[in-house]
Design a binder for this molecule. Structure first.
Ligand SMILES: O=c1ccn([C@H]2C[C@H](O)[C@@H](CO)O2)c(=O)[nH]1
Ligand SMILES: [Zn+2]
Length: 140
């Protein structure tokens, strides 16, 4: 699985975005260590606190399927109607970073923010969530 293929999956995931309130459409593609891909989109609910980000949708689908080991996630997002490369990199919110820290290795897990299949940036989870509080701090 190449980064490029995973980015393509994230753009497909974005097509399912349900975002009637923000009209900001996000897609994520989560790659497991086994090589499976879980797609996720953002889902908005009128009572806004019930909404879910694309990244968490992908993680919760994977966890529900008994997946426990993750390699990377691609995130793509932008206002409805925008195509690849018309919008900036879409970074994960704080809640999603915390969810990633629950299930992923801080140094090894790759978070890929893509604008197109060629234009993307790669971060470690540690870079995005420094000084984290996670499982490791509770279960020594
Ligand atoms: O990384 C991000 C950033 C935002 N959103 C969603 C949440 C909300 O539905 C919309 C606007 O914030 O975009 C995501 O799914 N992932
Ligand atoms: Zn989020």
């Amino acid at each position: 699985m190449t980064d490029k293929q995973l980015i393509r999956e994230a753009f497909i995931a974005r097509e399912a975005s349900y975002a009637p309130y923000s009209k900001f459409h996000v897609g994520a593609a989560l790659l497991t260590k086994k090589g499976d891909i879980y797609r996720g989109c953002n889902v908005e609910i009128a009572g806004q606190s019930s909404s879910n980000c694309a990244e968490r949708t992908a993680f919760f689908k994977a966890i529900s399927n008994e997946e426990k080991e993750f390699e990377a996630i691609v995130i793509v997002g932008g206002p409805e109607g925008t195509l690849q490369n018309e919008y900036d990199y879409c970074a994960p919110c704080g809640v999603c970073r915390q969810v990633m820290a629950e299930f992923c290795d801080l140094k090894e897990f790759r978070v890929i923010l893509a604008r197109t299949e060629e234009d993307y940036k790669v971060y470690s989870l540690e870079e995005l969530l420094p000084l984290s509080f996670a499982r490791k701090d509770i279960t020594k």
